[in-house]
Design a protein around this ligand. Structure first.
Ligand SMILES: NC(=O)c1ccc[n+]([C@@H]2O[C@H](COP(=O)([O-])OP(=O)(O)OC[C@H]3O[C@@H](n4cnc5c(N)ncnc54)[C@H](O)[C@@H]3O)[C@@H](O)[C@H]2O)c1
Length: 246
């Protein structure tokens, strides 16, 4: 039991990847507290119904965190900013102070965030605008286009994870990493087809065998949460059946 005695908070636990991580984490002995805007159909040890895009802090005492809540780029860019980046960051910062030494945080980025080095300076500036309010103000001055907002905030998440993970590890012995899945069979997979267009989907399809199943993403996340990964810090792990290599 890799997670025996651990408490894990999973944002986005009611569907897809987060739901599968919840199932596997409980199987591995963890106490799981879910957070989602939708009700849960899983047996969990606790559940908080909330909108991650609303900067309300939650009171909990976790020592592991998975940020798996997310929306696709088919919704308004301001919602994508709030849910996929600002809210996720805010939730993490709200929980960090109550996390134990040795805790682990895993953020779900995407293979669509792979171009982060091309906009590194902007992502570092946004990371430095550390609160929800400051981040929102930075985005007001530096607006992100609807067409690439999903990619932009996944890139920004990878950069923030790397940057913030250093302080968290040095000062508090908390590890933070991200994973970058390729396409996964979950309810939002169809949105990515609308978002990217058929031509891009056909190109990507030639580079892969098939989309992943959610449990193929959950396993590596549980590994990163576990003490087996205790020397992995600030990494962004591709879980994509080889697309990035292609
Ligand atoms: N499915 C894919 O192909 C794929 C690929 C790469 C990365 N991802 C990322 O993985 C993460 C999980 O996505 P998924 O595929 O499991 O999707 P999903 O839609 O199955 O699950 C997302 C969950 O997040 C919750 N959520 C969304 N907005 C919320 C909000 N404002 N407040 C609280 N909860 C909210 C939803 O209710 C849902 O339960 C997302 O960050 C997504 O961008 C998905």
């Amino acid at each position: 039991m890799k997670l025996h005695g651990k408490t894990i908070v999973i944002a986005g636990s009611s569907s897809g990847i987060g739901g599968e991580v919840a199932r596997l984490a409980r199987f591995e002995g963890a106490r799981v507290i879910g957070i989602d805007r939708n009700d849960t159909v899983l047996t969990l040890d606790g559940f908080v119904k909330m909108d991650l895009g609303d900067p309300a802090a939650i009171a909990a005492l976790p020592d592991r965190l998975v940020d798996a809540a997310g929306v696709s780029g088919t919704v308004n860019r301001k919602v994508v900013a709030r849910v996929n980046y600002l809210g996720l960051r805010h939730l993490t910062e709200a929980l960090v102070s109550s996390m134990l030494k040795g805790a682990s945080i895993v953020n779900i980025a995407s293979i669509l965030g792979a171009d982060w080095p091309h906009r590194l300076d902007a992502h570092k500036e946004l990371a430095a605008a550390a609160s929800f309010v400051l981040g929102k103000a930075w985005l007001h001055t530096n607006p992100v286009q609807q067409e690439n907002c999903y990619q932009y905030f996944k890139e920004a998440l990878i950069v923030w994870t790397k940057k913030r993970s250093l302080d968290l590890f040095m000062q508090d012995n908390i590890r933070m990493n991200s994973v970058a899945p390729g396409p996964v069979f979950t309810p939002i997979l169809g949105d990515f087809v609308s978002m990217l267009g058929q031509e891009r989907i056909d190109r990507d399809s030639a580079l892969m065998k098939r989309p992943a199943l959610p449990d193929e993403i959950a396993g590596p996340i549980v590994f990163l949460l576990s003490d087996d990964a205790r020397w992995i810090v600030g990494a962004n792990l591709p879980i994509d059946g080889g697309i990035e290599a292609g």
